[in-house]
Design a protein around this ligand. Structure first.
Ligand code: HEM
Ligand code: MG
Length: 260
């Protein structure tokens, strides 16, 4: 009897171990000393262990493997993003970055974020519910390029009118468009350019992949070409909604040149 009970416990423990070894299920938030940054997706990948859980010393290999395993990015797009990422490491010619480096204002981090306040108002790296509530008030149950662009323009207008130091570089603008293209593509359908709003809310608010809402790692590889194509689709809708010439003079043209 005792042996049988022991064996059944051992079998149960093994089953638990099997499911626990799945990184999509292995989530925990940062521990003391770990760092996170302004990118909800990279924070999420660190929380699942797809990137170093410390959020520190992320190398090209770490990024390539992590983005492939988490969301099926090809190696070229990871290399492309890595070059941007290491530009935020204050140490010149570094071969790694940490997630908190990304917070350096106006290197990559920009004003008018979807879920963070402007650096002028406080912590541009930490999720901010009020900012995100404004963003998601522009999304329908399904987020697409139209409502994604509407949210971007609304956040720009709010930030411009409340932040006396508001600025947005051309690179910042290209990032804004790319970020919306990326979350739609990775959490939803990269061809139809639609995503369920609940999945996006879940990731931003929990910094966790929305597997419990039915999300799965995309089967199709995500490439720089797909990112550029989808960025341009967001940019077209974004340009339609700009009614200030200051905003209008930057936009899709620049985004296209940058990504060439
Ligand atoms: C935000 C960098 C990968 C989606 C950001 C920000 C940075 C950044 C610096 C802050 C911009 C700001 O809002 O001020 C990076 C780098 C990446 C990377 C260096 C890869 C090495 C990804 C991936 C996705 C993604 C793979 C999606 C699939 C987003 C989104 C935001 C963002 C949606 C906007 C957050 C907001 O506006 O509140 N990223 N990111 N990023 N990133 Fe990433
Ligand atoms: Mg920002």
């Amino acid at each position: 009897m005792r042996l049988a009970a022991f064996l059944s416990l051992a079998v149960a423990a093994a089953a638990v171990n099997v499911s626990n070894s799945d990184p999509f299920e292995q989530w925990h938030g940062p521990k003391a000393g770990d760092v996170r940054g302004p990118c909800p997706f990279l924070n999420t990948f660190a929380n699942h262990g797809f990137l170093p859980r410390t959020g520190k010393y992320i190398t090209l290999d770490d990024l390539t493997n992590g983005l492939f395993n988490a969301v099926n990015f090809d190696a070229n797009i990871s290399a492309f993003l890595f070059d941007f990422a290491i530009s935020t490491n204050p140490e010149p010619n570094s071969t790694w970055f940490s997630l908190d480096h990304l917070t350096r204002h106006n290197v990559l981090e920009h004003d008018a974020s979807l879920s963070r306040v402007d650096a002028f108002h406080g912590h541009a790296d930490i999720f901010n519910q009020e900012a995100f509530d404004e963003t998601r008030s522009h999304w329908g149950d399904i987020v697409n390029v139209e409502s994604g662009a509407a949210a971007i323009v609304a956040r720009m207008k709010t930030c411009k009118s409340t932040n006396p130091q508001y600025s947005l570089s051309q690179l910042g603008e290209a990032f804004i468009l790319g970020e919306t293209a990326a979350f739609i593509s990775i959490l939803g359908d990269a061809e139809a350019l639609t995503v369920e709003k609940t999945r996006v809310e879940y990731l931003f608010q929990n910094e966790r992949l929305p597997t419990e809402l039915g999300w799965k790692r995309p089967e199709a590889q995500f490439t720089t070409d797909i990112l550029v194509r989808n960025l341009q689709a967001v940019a077209v809708e974004y340009q339609k909604r700009l009614n200030s010439t200051v905003l209008r003079k930057r936009g899709v043209d620049y985004a296209e040149r940058l990504m060439d």
